[in-house]
Design a protein around this ligand. Structure first.
Ligand code: CLF
Ligand code: SF4
Length: 497
């Protein structure tokens, strides 16, 4: 099966969408064993994230460092949006919850422990959960995220439980910069401050990374992009972690709000803009596989990356469930086989729209950003008014590539009497879509249609249920053929003149 997923280092030419026939080399250079590890992991594979779900269990409350973007009242901000609190579970409860979710959401393939503190600062609770799950649910991949301070000491134990995916948050390899991010680390029963503490953390992270890759465990590196602190430096971080064998780099934006009570939030440290983040991700992509579909999910997240079904699986609801686990296992196997089959068929078919695009002789056609509304499955299947996030794609004459996602704070259409009254909400959504020239959804009402058009964003509801890359390529082709891109260019020239 062809796997279309991650940004690969540029190899010169060729379509990187993974669905236009010539891209079998996307992940084909990977050994089968690694392909097997990533093909259904929604964080390690961009394609998988449309189809497979993950869940987190919040079993790890303590942390052994302090980050300036974290308020310990909330979940670990290395893998979560700041300001979120999860339901803390015992290992037994976590195992029960995982089994219940696996039975109810057959697409759930990965169980991660990512907080609410640092999983490896809570080794008994973390490893007891992994130990039980590796016995009771061997078809679920186990995943853990850590700040890395306690990692070297934990590598042996991690490898015993078949944990194939480890995330280390590495924001810097320079203690000077580290001291601006980490006020202290707790090491050998002492709180060590400033540069000295940062140096210990960096050494432990690098050592842990080397030990994991030696054991063949896939390592993803998360880095929080903090403008003015580590933004210029992260390209070097990317290069170094790649040299040491990291599989994937996920550069996430700092989210710092005063109301979260973090040091950065209170000090007014800003996060990056969409453009700044994309420029840095593109700069790192020359050296590294980049993850661009991270949702900074909570320590008890459940579902596809873009959704959160945690409320359906609180412990009181799980206690009341009557589950036939045998039937559920059969169902899981059927669903996984059906997804594999669907992906294989899709990847074996060339994207006709892209093939036709490549025959367009027009030179100098510029790339265009488009927003797509989807609930998953890799197809355009969501009403504009129901979208809580948009996936952003860039189209050019040879390629359609996934760039990022953008969250919508309020729904335009929330149903009931107020539906459609959302003028200010709509203005906010239009701001979120800044830089996009089209929005592709399954349906869209008259009011948002005309306001989007006025804002220079072309709405399109004609590609419902089509695969996303094909729909984006088709809309791009329509834009070229109708001369919309030329008009926009000459408008821009007029303005500059
Ligand atoms: Fe969870 Fe992290 Fe494993 Fe994924 S999340 S522990 S690698 S299973 Fe994924 Fe969520 Fe981003 Fe993390 S989208 S925050 S990268
Ligand atoms: Fe907070 Fe996570 Fe940093 Fe610990 S490692 S201080 S929980 S962001």
């Amino acid at each position: 099966m062809e796997l279309k997923v991650l940004d690969q280092p540029e190899t010169g030419g060729g379509c990187s969408s993974g669905s236009c026939g010539s891209t079998d080399d996307q992940l084909s250079h990977l050994p089968d064993a690694i392909r097997e590890k990533v093909h259904n992991h929604p964080c390690y594979s961009e394609e998988a994230h449309h189809h497979f779900a993950r869940m987190h269990v919040a079993v790890a409350p303590a942390c052994n460092i302090q980050c300036h973007y974290c308020n310990r009242k909330y979940d670990c901000a290395n893998e979560s949006r700041p300001g979120v609190v999860s339901e803390l579970l015992t290992p037994d409860q976590a195992v029960k919850k995982t089994m219940a979710v696996a039975a109810n959401i057959p697409q759930m393939t990965v169980l991660g422990i990512a907080g609410p503190g640092d999983p490896l600062a809570n080794p008994e609770r973390t490893f007891e959960t992994f130990r039980q799950l590796s016995e009771k649910a061997p078809d679920i991949k186990l995943c853990v995220s850590t700040n890395g301070l306690a990692l070297p000491a934990a590598v042996e134990e991690l490898s015993k439980h078949n944990i194939d995916h480890v995330t280390i948050t590495i924001n810097t390899v320079d203690p000077e910069i580290g001291a601006k991010i980490y006020p202290w680390v707790f090491w050998n029963n002492r709180r060590i401050k400033g540069k000295k503490g940062a140096k210990i953390l960096i050494e432990q992270q690098q050592k842990g990374l080397e030990m994991l890759t030696e054991k063949g465990i896939l390592v993803k590196v998360n880095s929080v992009m903090i403008p003015g602190v580590n933004d210029d430096h992260l390209k070097e971080v990317s290069k170094i972690v790649k040299q040491k064998g990291a599989f994937l780099h996920n550069v996430m934006p700092l989210i710092a709000e005063a109301e979260h009570g973090t040091f950065y939030g209170v000090m007014g440290q800003r996060g990056p803009t969409h453009d700044e983040l994309q420029v840095l991700q593109d700069a790192c992509a020359g050296d590294m596989n980049m993850m661009r579909h991270c949702r900074q999910c909570r320590a008890d997240a459940v579902g596809l990356l873009g959704e959160d079904r945690g409320e359906e699986f609180t412990m009181d609801k799980i206690e009341a469930m009557d589950i036939d686990y045998e039937a559920a296992m059969v169902k899981r196997a059927e669903v996984h086989a059906a997804i594999a089959n669907e992906l294989e068929q899709k990847n074996n078919q060339p994207n006709e729209s892209l093939v036709t695009l490549s025959s367009i002789k027009k030179k100098d056609t510029r790339p265009v950003l488009m927003a797509v509304a989807t609930t998953g499955g890799g197809v355009v299947n969501q009403h504009f008014g129901h979208a809580t996030e948009f996936l952003i794609y860039e189209a050019n004459t040879t390629d359609v590539r996934f760039i990022s996602h953008r969250k919508v704070e309020d729904l335009y259409c929330s149903g009931g009497d107020t539906c459609g009254d959302g003028e200010t909400v709509l203005q906010k959504i239009i701001k979120v879509l800044d830089g996009c020239e089209a929005v592709i959804c399954s349906k869209i009402g008259y009011e948002p249609w005309s306001q989007l058009e006025e804002a220079g964003i072309m709405p399109n509801g004609e590609h419902a249920m089509e695969p996303i890359e094909e729909a984006v390529a088709a809309v791009y082709k329509e834009m070229i053929e109708s001369g919309v891109l030329d008009e926009a260019e000459s408008d821009a020239e007029l303005v500059t003149a």
